[in-house]
Design a protein around this ligand. Structure first.
Ligand code: NAD
Length: 324
C-alpha cells in the first residue's frame, strides 16, 4: 500500500523572475558550521528531508564557514541526485572570510569559484552580500554591471542584493534601471521582535522586485537554545527574547514555531529563509508552515509574546560602514 503523501510547503512567485520558491527556504549558513559543527550525515539528512517536504530553495555564500557551506551544499545536492531544474540555488559575492571586495574583477572570479564548490553550471540568484559594507555607488556602477555580464554568460539567472539596514535597498533600486536588480534579501527585519521590512514591501512590489526575508528566528534569538555567542544584539534585546522563549516553554509552546508562522504570514514575502542543520528542524519548520495554512496562527500566544517584546520592538544593531 502506498504511504500517504507528506504535507508540503506552498510555492510563491518571486517578484518578476518567474521563479516559484518554497515559502520556507533552506538557509545553508549552518552547513558552514556557523551555529556549531554539522556532520556530513546531518547535512545530507536535512537537505534530503527538505526536498521531501517541498523545499526547493537553498541559500548559501562563500562567506559562510569560509566557503564550507557552499562545499557541503554542493556535495549534498550531488549525493542526492535531484534534477537541477527542480531546485533553486542562491549564493553571494563580495563578502569573504578575509573581508569585502565588490570589484568587478573579484565578483567575476568569485562566481566561478562558487560554481566549482557547488558543483553546478549556474546559480539561479547571485546576490551582492551585505552591501552596506561597501560603497553603494560602486555596487550600482561596477558590481551590478559585472553581474549583468554574468547573467548574459549564463552563469547566473538573476541578480540580488542583501544587507541589514533597509535604506540600502531603496538607495540602490532608485538608481538602477528597472529590472536590473531582481531580488532583495533582507534579514532580521520580518520577525516577531522586528518587522521593519513591512513598510518597504509596497515599494519593492511596485518595482517588481522579489523579496526574500531571512532569519525569522532572529539568528537564534527566537529559539529555546538561544543565540550563538557572536550574536550582535544588545543585552536588552537578548534578555527580552530569552524571557519570551521561557514564557512560551512554560506554557508548552515553542517560540520558534510561533516565529516561523509570524514571518510566513505575509505573502508579499516569497520565501522565509531559515537556517537548518537537522532533520528535526526541517520537520518542525515545515510543520509550522503547513499548520499556518490549515489551522492558522496561535493568535493568543503571539499577542502575549508581542507584549513581552514590545519594549525592544524593531530594535536592531549597526551594520556596515554606512547607515542609509
Ligand atoms: P535564523 O533566524 O534562521 O536562525 C538559525 C538558527 O536557528 C540556527 O541555529 C538553527 O539551527 C536554528 N533553528 C532552525 N530551525 C529551528 C527550530 N525549528 N527550532 C529551534 N532552532 C531552530 O538565522 P540564519 O541562519 O542566520 O538565517 C537564515 C539564512 O538566511 C542563513 O542561513 C542564510 O542563508 C540567510 N541569511 C543571509 C544574510 C545575508 O545575506 N546578509 C543574513 C542572514 C541570513
Amino acid at each position: 500500500m502506498a504511504l500517504p503523501a507528506l504535507p508540503k510547503v506552498e510555492l510563491r512567485e518571486l517578484g518578476n523572475t518567474g521563479l516559484k520558491l518554497s515559502c520556507v527556504g533552506f538557509g545553508a549558513s549552518p552547513l558552514g558550521n556557523v551555529f556549531g559543527p554539522v556532520s556530513d550525515d546531518e547535512a545530507i539528512g536535512s537537505v534530503r528531508e527538505a526536498f521531501r517536504r517541498g523545499i526547493n530553495f537553498f541559500d548559501t555564500s562563500p562567506y559562510y564557514g569560509g566557503t564550507l557551506s557552499e562545499k557541503v551544499l554542493g556535495k549534498t545536492l550531488k549525493a542526492l541526485g535531484v534534477p537541477r531544474s527542480e531546485y533553486i540555488v542562491a549564493t553571494k559575492c563580495g563578502r569573504y572570510a578575509d573581508g569585502f571586495d565588490f570589484s568587478a574583477d573579484r565578483v567575476t572570479k568569485s562566481i566561478d569559484e562558487s560554481l566549482e564548490r557547488l558543483q553546478l553550471d549556474y546559480v539561479d540568484i547571485l546576490q551582492c552580500h551585505d552591501i552596506e559594507f561597501g560603497s553603494l555607488d560602486q555596487i550600482i556602477n561596477e558590481t551590478i554591471p559585472a553581474l549583468k555580464k554574468l547573467k548574459e554568460a549564463g552563469k547566473i539567472r538573476f541578480i540580488g542584493i542583501t544587507g541589514l539596514p533597509l535604506g540600502i535597498f531603496t538607495y540602490v533600486l532608485d538608481r538602477v534601471p528597472p529590472g536590473t536588480v531582481d531580488v532583495v534579501l533582507s534579514y532580521c527585519h520580518y520577525g516577531i521582535n522586528d518587522s521593519a521590512l513591512e513598510d518597504l514591501l509596497p515599494y519593492l512590489k511596485s518595482k517588481g522586485v522579489g523579496v526574500i526575508s531571512a532569519s525569522p528566528l532572529a539568528m537564534g534569538l527566537l529559539t529555546e537554545g538561544g543565540p550563538p555567542e557572536w550574536h550582535p544584539a544588545s543585552a536588552e534585546l537578548k534578555s527580552a527574547c530569552r524571557a519570551a522563549a521561557v514564557y512560551c516553554k512554560e506554557r508548552g509552546k515553542n517560540i520558534s514555531k510561533l516565529a516561523m508562522q509570524y514571518s510566513l504570514s505575509n505573502k508579499d514575502i516569497s520565501s522565509v529563509l531559515v537556517g537548518m542543520n537537522s532533520i528535526k528542524q526541517v520537520e518542525e519548520n515545515v510543520a509550522a508552515a503547513v499548520e499556518l495554512e490549515t489551522v492558522g496562527k496561535d493568535e493568543k500566544t503571539l499577542a502575549e509574546v508581542e507584549a513581552i517584546l514590545k519594549p525592544v520592538k524593531n530594535q536592531t544593531w549597526s551594520s556596515g560602514i554606512q547607515q542609509s
